[in-house]
Design a protein around this ligand. Structure first.
Ligand SMILES: [Zn+2]
Length: 474
């Protein structure tokens, strides 16, 4: 598996634990840390592009045989969460819990797999204190007006990730959202003094609250104990957030922080940068309220290579629907084939070639668009076999199994149907019963009519040896 490392600018082989082993099964779990949401509102679709990338990465690693140990933080204290809870007159905890739950619901809607750890900033203060203690012993921090700052001048390795040496640092330009005084424009707050009415924590350095950057360093250390394999985030986090994470962690602990940095590109909406003033700012729920399925949104969000900008358009959502309909159509056709075997010896090699091609696209820096291309080639080839009458139950089971394996990565083919929300279940069941009776009576015209009727309502039928199953197209 080769993946682009922002730190070196090179496509590198993934080596979990940093020591090459003879086979994938010998590697320790791949340790991954992803910068998560700040829970002060609904996450927007640009955020979800990055979270979708995280999902695709972990799903593919598992598909390829790696084990994964993945953490994503929840930033539940910062300027925005404090301001939001103050505005509403509720506790910070109550306020952030609400948006944390909404975030988890959104992840579920998009069929994004839960990761192994969701640490909260407010529950990781002890690990932050440990970092600050260590930095203090090394003389890399200074205090100003009750806040603690990291002194970049005292840390030699600053700027490697974002290649700062090639950038111009203009003094006076604000690199951080901190509104605090500091010695050097690049220095950043580790720990912030708080006003009387703000949430605060007692530490050996006085009462205060965490800076944003330190929380990620603290959680990585707390969960993984040392160097991790992969750290992900959006490209906008490279500087200063990730640069600062590296500086704090490596200065405090002396060992390498992260082996491979992976950054996901921006999302554009209808060709331009998403902004509230342009009226093209969307949360996931905004798009769903316009009648678009989370399944199509998922498909569109992961369908472009992560290192390319993704242009999210409503036309693109319709194309995603069309792509998904091609998949659904194949599933229905596979469900309709006769029992037994068609004696087709071409299906097994067709599947083997497809799996190999899909894998080799994904091994190449997660080239998902290439992988999807192979999927549709495969669908085309299977449809051709069905047209020739060369597919019976035995062959169709093989194809279904292959699709299930691929869907462990994509998560769109057998999208979890929310049956409770799929309308009149009794009516659907009654129509299915009528169709079964019509088929028994050899009234195939009526049977086909019922299938078409249900399909028009987005209900897909799958005939199995145990009867007819149905699911709602998302
Ligand atoms: Zn972070």
């Amino acid at each position: 598996m080769k993946i682009h490392n922002t730190l070196t600018g090179l496509r590198e082989e993934l080596v979990p634990g940093g020591v090459k082993k003879p086979s994938i099964a010998d590697y320790p779990p791949v340790t991954i840390y992803s910068c998560g949401p700040t829970v002060y509102g609904h996450a927007h679709i640009g955020n979800f592009r990055t979270f979708m990338f995280n999902d695709l990465l972990r799903r593919y690693l598992k598909f390829a045989g790696y084990r994964v140990n993945h953490a994503m933080n929840i930033t539940d204290v910062d300027d925005k969460t404090i301001a939001g809870s103050g505005r509403e007159g509720v506790s910070l905890r109550e306020y952030t819990e609400r948006y944390t739950n909404i975030f988890f619901e959104d992840l579920k809607s998009l069929n994004i797999e839960p990761v192994e750890h969701y640490p909260r900033a407010t529950e990781s203060i002890d690990a932050m204190i440990d970092i600050m203690n260590r930095l203090g012993e090394k003389g890399i921090v200074y205090e100003k007006e009750g806040s603690l700052y990291f002194s970049i001048a005292k840390f030699g390795g600053y700027g490697g990730l974002s290649r700062l040496d090639t950038r111009e640092i203009k003094s006076g330009l604000r690199y951080d959202t901190d509104e605090y005084e500091k010695d050097d424009v690049r220095d950043f707050a580790l720990w912030k003094s708080t006003k009387d009415d703000e949430p605060s924590w007692d530490t050996p350095f006085g009462k205060g609250r965490p800076g944003w950057h330190i929380e990620c360093s603290a959680m990585v250390r707390k969960i993984f104990g040392g160097t991790i394999d992969i750290h992900t985030g959006g490209v906008d986090l490279i500087f200063p957030h990730h640069e600062n994470e590296i500086a704090q962690s490596e200065a405090a602990y002396g060992d390498r922080f992260v082996r491979c940095w992976i950054h996901c590109e921006h999302l554009l909406v209808e060709g331009s940068k998403m902004s509230k003033s342009k009226g093209n700012f969307y949360t996931l729920r905004d798009i769903m309220e316009k009648g678009h399925s989370p399944r199509a949104i998922r498909y569109l969000l992961f369908s472009a290579h992560y290192r390319k900008q993704l242009n999210f358009t409503f036309d693109g959502l319709h194309q995603a629907d069309a792509a998904l309909a091609r998949i659904d159509n194949l599933l229905v056709r596979l469900g309709d084939v006769p029992a037994g075997s068609a004696g087709n010896t071409e299906i097994a090699p067709l599947i083997a070639r497809f799996m190999e091609e899909f894998t080799s696209e994904m091994e190449d820096d997660l080239n998902v668009s290439g992988g999807l291309g192979k999927l549709f080639d495969f669908i085309h080839a299977v449809n051709a076999q069905i047209n020739e009458g060369a597919v019976a139950r035995e062959e169709s089971d093989l194809v279904m199994n292959a699709l299930r394996r691929i869907d462990a990565v994509l998560g769109v083919i057998f999208f979890p149907a929310d049956e409770a929300a799929s309308g009149d279940v009794a009516r659907i069941e009654a129509l299915i019963a009528e169709r079964r009776d019509a088929k028994k009576a050899k009234n195939f015209g009526r049977a086909d009519e019922i299938r078409a009727l249900l399909e028009a309502d987005g209900i897909i039928l799958e005939d199995t040896k145990d009867g007819t199953r149905w699911k709602k197209r998302k």
